[in-house]
Design a protein. Structure first.
Length: 491
């Protein structure tokens, strides 16, 4: 049973939550009415920059965080996640923020993983759960819009960016992308949502229960709200399950019932694959992508029975209920073969992540024995940490321990582990694990260009990020071309 809310936010050095690293984290605990709990002071911390990855220039421009300040004032990655683990696992805690399920909660999981902490307990143990406020806001805008102002983008579609939504609703968010400011802005919007649509709030909170979600999507059409649905449709559409994702009991493949499934029903596997996984710009003229979407039932997705979509709501959303019913009937009566083909084309297993840092989803859950060994790490003398290596059963933990020592106690590495760490960092700079990260040469070019084009206010933080990245490169034998040096970096 939830007894308190912990609203939290990360500011990071990149955009892929599985590979980027936090530079700042903030959190504050609230009671069940979203009032700050007396004696629970808000916390904001800088985190020391990672010694094995390059800060993305766009991330530094957005956050405005100085890596020099993080290095001087920040705590270690290990200490930050130990503190966070204690907070989000306090019995009865619902931890959430703005877009946390897709971003911040992934950072939590991977931060816990690389620091030998249970990665999922905060989502299901001791009355704890992990939630997200942003899809509730989208649902309120689409279904229960009274009570909040809904800012729009230049094209007239609603904007759910916190730095637009909060000021439109009376919160001064001029310091957006400061972690503590984002926590406060999230609390402000969450309070307004709870006050203006209390039934919707309670319903959205119930969706943290996987079986509740499963009962809504099974057998009938349902309403789904997601950022993956066009903003022009208010991020909302009726859906019906077309298939179950292979190997994932808590994930379904659903069809957007705004669209006629006839072409998909007749399509072979090759056509389905091409028109589902190819970008719209890369399809042939006149072709459109098929409107399927995977939904994770255990990630608190916003789904609701069709009853929430009355004539008034359907008109506002531009949903033709008669067409929707025809599309659903067609899918229900003739979709069995389509479901089998969807299962086949979604049955391509991703290659396992070879680097231990990235391998959270690359094997079984860690055993209790390995987690028990991991819990000994903070209290083990740095020079004795290598002794634990031989005690792990999971090979991923053996690699993680090397990385843990290299990040936190590099002076304790002997020659061979040090050479392994250097080579591993060298390889990751030249072949980043995420498509959102930059290859060393591209990073040098883009960082130099960003510095040259930056405003006087932004240039210093980009310069410190550039210096940090050059130091990482130099430590593993990489240097930039002279021609790539920024004009005004002073390095």
């Amino acid at each position: 049973m939830t007894t308190s809310y912990l609203i939290y936010d990360f500011e990071t050095d990149g955009v892929d939550p599985r590979t980027c690293r936090p530079l700042q984290v903030a959190w504050q605990r609230f009671d069940m009415e979203l009032k700050p709990i007396e004696g629970e002071d808000p916390v904001s911390l800088f985190i020391q920059p990672a010694p094995d990855r390059l800060p993305h220039p766009k991330a530094i421009e957005v956050t405005g965080i100085s890596l020099a300040q993080c290095a001087a004032e920040g705590i270690s990655d290990a200490e930050a996640f130990r503190r966070l683990h204690d907070e989000v696992n306090r019995p009865g805690t619902c931890s959430f923020g703005w877009n946390t399920r897709r971003f911040d909660n992934e950072i939590l999981r991977f931060g816990f993983w690389r620091n030998f902490l249970p990665s999922y307990d905060h989502e299901s143990r001791q009355g704890c759960d992990a939630w997200d406020a942003i899809d509730l806001a989208r649902a309120a805008c689409a279904l229960r819009p009274d009570g909040l102002a809904w800012p729009t983008n230049e094209d007239g579609t609603p904007s759910f960016k916190l730095d637009k939504l909060a000021p439109a609703n009376g919160f001064d968010h001029s310091d957006a992308h400061d972690a503590m400011a984002d926590v406060s802005a999230t609390a402000h919007i969450a309070t307004l949502l709870r006050a203006s649509a209390p039934k919707l709030w309670d319903f959205a909170r119930s969706l943290r229960n996987t079986e509740t979600v499963r009962s809504i999507v099974t057998g009938s059409a349902f309403v789904h709200v997601s950022s993956r649905i066009p903003a022009a449709d208010l991020c909302t559409a009726p859906f019906a399950v077309a298939a179950r994702t292979p190997g994932r009991k808590n994930e379904v493949i659903a069809w957007n019932l705004r669209h006629d499934p006839s072409e998909a029903l007749d399509a072979d596997e090759h056509t389905l694959r091409r028109r589902i996984f190819t970008r719209q710009d890369d399809l042939c003229d006149g072709e459109t992508r098929f409107n399927v979407k995977k939904i994770k039932l255990n990630a608190a997705p916003f789904v609701a029975p069709m009853g929430v979509l009355g004539e008034h709501e359907a008109k506002r959303l531009g949903v033709d209920l008669d067409s929707m019913n025809r599309h659903h009937a067609s899918l229900r009566d003739h979709g069995a073969a389509l479901g089998k083909r969807l299962i086949t084309i979604h049955d391509d297993a991703l290659p396992p992540r070879t680097d231990p840092d990235d391998a959270l989803y690359g094997g079984a859950f860690p055993s209790k024995a390995d987690l028990a060994i991991g819990r000994r790490i903070p209290d083990t003398a740095p020079q004795d940490l290598h002794v634990l290596e031989r005690q792990f059963h999971d090979a991923r933990f053996t690699g993680l321990l090397l990385h843990y020592i290299a990040r936190n106690h590099p002076e304790c590495l002997s020659d061979l582990p040090r050479a392994t760490w250097i080579q591993r960092t060298h390889d990751r700079l030249l072949d980043p694990p995420s498509r959102d990260d930059l290859h060393w040469d591209d990073w040098c070019v883009e960082m130099a260009a960003a510095i040259d084009a930056a405003s006087p206010e932004t240039r210093p933080v980009l310069q410190t990020a550039y210096i940090h990245g050059l130091q990482i490169g130099a430590a593993v034998g990489l240097t930039p071309d002279v021609a790539r040096q920024p004009n005004a970096c002073g390095t």
